[in-house]
Design a protein around this ligand. Sequence first.
Ligand code: NOJ
Length: 761
Amino acid sequence: MMILENLKYLNTILMRYYLIIIASALMSCSQSKVSTKESNVEEKFIDSVLATMSIDDKIGQTNLRGTSSRAKTLSDELKEDVRQGKVGALLNVMKVEFVDELQKIAVEESPSKVPLIFGRDVIHGFKTIFPIPIGLAASWDTDVAKSSSRIAAIEASSVGIRWTFAPMLDIARDSRWGRIAESPGEDPYLASILGKAYIEGFQGDSLNNPTSIAACAKHYIGYGAVIGGRDYNTTIIPEPLLRNVYLPPFQSALDAGVATVMTSFNEINGIPATGNEFLLKQVLRDELKFDGLVVSDWDSVVEMIAHGYAKDEKQAGEQAANAGMDMEMTSRAYEHHLKDLIKEGKVAEHQLDEFVKNILRIKLRLGLFETPYRDKNNEANFYKETHLAAAKEAAIKSSVLLKNSDILPLSSATKVALIGPLADAPLDQMGTWTFDGEKEHSITPLKAFKAANINFKYIRALTHSRDKSKKQFQKVINDVKGSDVIVFVAGEEAILSGEAHSRATIDLPGAQEDLIKVLSKTGKPIVLVIMAGRPITITKIIDDVDAVLMSWHPGTMGGAALQEIIYGLREPEGRLPLSWPKEAGQLPYFYNHKSTGRPANKKDYVAMYDIPVGAWQSSLGNDSHYLDIGYTPHFPFGFGLGYTDFEYDNLQISKDTIGFNEILNVKVSVTNVGERTGKEIVQFYTQDVVGSITRPVRELKGFQHVNLNVGETKEVTFKVSAEQLKFTNHKKIHAAEAGDFNIWVGPDAESGLKDTFYLKK
Ligand code: NOJ
């Protein structure tokens, strides 16, 4: 009997290795997406592994154990848990020796010998830090997104990390929300194409390349819609809004072959995302055909108790399991209760098998069964020159020039006073979610100015962004006397944005505004550079400064990028991936809003101070606006200046009417009418004028980057088909509808040349 059992085991192991070899060979010549032919081999392999696993081994696979990246030693308890097969993946194991040791225990000593995956939040770079994601989104550039995540993957995989919890694809329409820093902004189209590029970069040509890391589309779903921008808060998202705005970036991530998806912390219409069967089973698995791994967010399973959805850990586990959530991050409801829940018939055993298959599938695609260990040839590729150059390029392409009264670029002869709490803040310029980047490598503006031999004087003036002290003000006024121009690097420290770092006011903290006001009285021109994790309201100081340059938190090479922009070696190439608010009280604000029954307009608008005292109540323009700040943002979505000017003309459409199977060509001429070569991002918007449900006033449908020499004209063409005009209505019908459409081609969401066409049945 014993011999028979052993033979059976040996047979299974041999079979497993035979299948690994075939599966790996097939996968190494494929992209990260796997065709049916390969899937059959994959599935056979997965089934063969599953067949050798006990119920405890299976539950072990669903456990993503969190550790502290600061741990100096490897605990015996953790080693023992891995040995017993109680852990499927680990988060934040950052010492390579620990990674190697734990993996060795898993593949040699654990009952099922299934390798572990090591995960980490590699969000906008690993060691070489790129601009924060909202900054990268401002590049509107898929090459920038892809190269940033490729480099992050190369660096992170060298220490054994094969899974990142990025990209974050939450549409964010409220800049008070601290996590807007990590978001792709407010537009589903832009988020979708950037998300795809990030995934291509992280996952490389093939997931089983040792420098590829599994990406994670997060947070599924609606996390950006938290009420009032308060983190972790409630969301209410009607299904058409879910499908038209929040879901498209996830659809695009799945099309790009994303390996994993993370559930979000928030509830949606009363049901937490982590226990939401409709979202996980019906939408993600049945409709979108996702075959990768779904992981919860940190403790989000047991947080269903605080949500008031589960009465205890066991019920939370049951709800998450029945909703189809595969792997539990940090909390242990599955570990503690899944076996009993299965025994009691509350969770089906085949549900657990499904979880394990999804997990094994990703481990297999990562090549972990064949090569569980870190590739020693891929060692410490940190801060390579090419990586730093890419980070600088990304920072240049992410910088958005919001105002320029003929002051930028500065000539090299200008004597500059470099001022401000962010001018030499190496940690803060890296932004939120940079656990591994080291501030010693940051090139701050101060460092960059020194390296470039700029004629300047540095005056810090405020120690950090929240410094309220005005003690230095008089000294600063004296110190700037000999300078021609003040470059004031203002903003927020990194810690003021990111997870759980929402703000109710989003102006410059501390005494920064006061100092700018005082300095403006000196008569010296001021170039305001902002480093922040979100748009900062600047209505109170905009008239005191001559230029405003948004550099977000620009990362390791931020200062070098800024120095080149300020002195005109390069121009700022970014465009806003969100609407820049005038005041926090205007939020949420987004360009693709609905029209309302009483759309705001210039003719009817009455400003607060123009209202006659004692005015009759109904004598004011009754439409959708604020009396005090109007109805437009400070700067619209898509906006950004360069160092030259462009003119748009000659908008032409190929037909006035198109059928459902036809393509409409939209052409426009763009000319560089300024005095230097420059780059424009030509944007294409549509509006479905009348729909079975109301439609947004504009929607981005395409954009193109064009480089133009002085005086040069280029014709830019966009193509429109019914496919791009589809939306989901209240009856869940996903289709384009016949009728009139407006189109605009222009430099932002509030301007552009306009035309119309008709989509005919
Ligand atoms: C919580 C965050 O919401 C999520 O984005 C992150 O990946 C996990 N923690 C792991 O750190």
